[in-house]
Design a protein around this ligand. Structure first.
Ligand SMILES: [Fe+2]
Ligand SMILES: [Fe+2]
Length: 166
């Protein structure tokens, strides 16, 4: 699987996330449908980009927002399946994503915290600004995706999964 990234995608955004974006474990998120219309890979990219954009505007840590946004749903299981201990997926998947992200990408404590709280008010309250931004961006992207509206990097073929180039 390749990725086609248009020149419209800011280089300073890409430089923060490309080690994750092109990692084969992360690319495997493309196999999972998300919000009916999209897949978990594109949903994650959109949450990441929107979080990065907002964090920059607000003078927050845009790198942390971009990375935690990208990894907030980094779980390789179908959210409709039963979880290992029977916990509801809404509460289970942020913890699983945080653990997977720490193990695979050695993210910071601040990024891990943001991933763990992204489902607020389901689960813990965000404890830092970037965590609040990701919680908001996730809900905005999910709403747009449910409405079949292309947002952020889904728009205008800015980032296309499955292209020949990487
Ligand atoms: Fe999530
Ligand atoms: Fe999400």
């Amino acid at each position: 699987m390749g990725l086609q990234v248009s020149e419209e995608v800011p280089q300073d955004y890409l430089s923060e996330v490309q080690h994750i974006l092109f990692h084969e474990d992360f690319m495997a998120l493309e196999e999972y449908t998300q919000h009916q219309w999209t897949n978990r890979f594109m949903h994650s990219v959109n949450v990441s980009y929107l979080s990065w954009f907002i964090a920059r505007k607000l003078g927050c840590d845009a790198s942390a927002a971009a990375r935690a946004g990208l990894l907030h749903d980094f779980c390789l299981f179908d959210f409709k399946e039963e979880t290992p201990e029977g916990e509801h997926p809404a509460f289970y998947h942020p913890k699983a994503a945080a653990e997977n992200s720490v193990r695979t990408f050695q993210i910071s404590a601040r990024e891990e915290e943001a991933i763990r709280s992204h489902m607020f008010p389901l689960g813990p309250m965000p404890k830092n600004k970037e965590a609040w931004i990701i919680t908001l961006a996730d809900k905005v992207c999910a709403t747009m995706e449910f409405c079949h509206v292309a947002i952020a990097l889904s728009r205008k073929n800015r980032l296309v999964v499955g292209g020949a180039s990487a």
